[in-house]
Design a protein around this ligand. Structure first.
Ligand code: O7M
Length: 241
């Protein structure tokens, strides 16, 4: 991610969340948008909705197209099941060529995240953990206090601690919660990447997120649903260098 971000002078991860009932049109649109914003993004994120619509084999072709442009591709699987099914999903995503997979630390380590990290390490892939979501209701759970007495802290701080202990490669914190980004950055130190979705359409401020500690911005509709995705990506890229 660091090399790609430097190469393209961009902090933007394109969320490729396009929809179309016709699979062939959908693939074509994905490739068109990749071509259009090429040069202004540093990575691509693919959601489960695209895998549902196209199947993993076709999605792996899109991954290959992104790789041809030297762009890393992240699978937003939000993995959160028990070990053996997590392993199966992880193996499938690795086989499809993804460079990193997003998982949720909510399972805990033993029989949950342990196999995910083990597979990632063995195959030289990254794991990015979901620490605080961008939606307005995220506070209900992610800010919930846990522990007793002096040990009390919000769940997102526990997740941040887990990410450090487990050796995660990055964290997701919504751009719509800049104060949380600041707190997570303080706990993390400077080295681990914070990926922040929710820029633009969901109300998140790109510059503020970066100023408060984010490393990368995950951006979907603001770019691909704009009248000129290329111009929008270029402007966002330039204004957040
Ligand atoms: O820019 P948008 O709003 O069109 O899309 C945002 C993308 O970020 C979309 O792909 C979501 O799945 C993702 N996302 C969130 O919007 N909020 C979150 O809290 C977390 C994610 C995400 O990427 O999770 C890993």
């Amino acid at each position: 991610m660091k090399a790609s971000s430097e190469r393209y002078q961009s902090k933007i991860v394109l969320a490729l969340d396009l929809e179309n009932k016709d699979p062939q049109t959908l693939v074509q649109k994905c490739e068109e948008i990749l071509e259009d914003v090429y040069g202004y993004i540093c990575a691509v994120k693919i959601n489960r909705q695209l895998v549902l619509a196209l199947g993993l084999r076709t999605v792996s072709e899109i991954v290959r197209k992104a790789h041809e442009r030297s762009l890393p591709v992240i699978m937003d699987a939000k993995l959160n099941d028990v070990g053996h099914t997590n392993s199966f999903m992880m193996e499938s995503y690795i086989h499809a060529g993804f460079d990193a997979v997003i998982a949720s630390p909510i399972t805990g380590w033993r029989g949950g995240m342990d196999s995910v990290f083990e597979l990632a390490r063995r195959n030289d892939k990254g794991i990015i953990l979901l620490v605080y979501m961008s939606n307005p209701g995220a506070e209900q759970f992610y800010s919930m206090m846990t522990g007793t007495g002096d040990e009390q802290k919000p769940i997102f701080e526990v997740f941040t601690q887990m990410a450090i202990e487990w050796g995660a490669d990055g964290l997701v914190v919504g751009s719509t919660h800049p104060e949380i980004i600041r707190r997570v950055r303080t706990l993390l130190g400077p080295s681990m990447g914070i990926y922040s979705p929710g820029v633009g359409t969901q109300g998140g401020d790109a510059k503020k997120a970066l100023e408060f500690g984010s490393t990368y911005l995950i951006v979907g509709r603001t770019i691909y649903a704009s009248t000129s995705p290329r111009d929008t990506a270029r402007e966002l890229c330039k204004s957040t260098k």
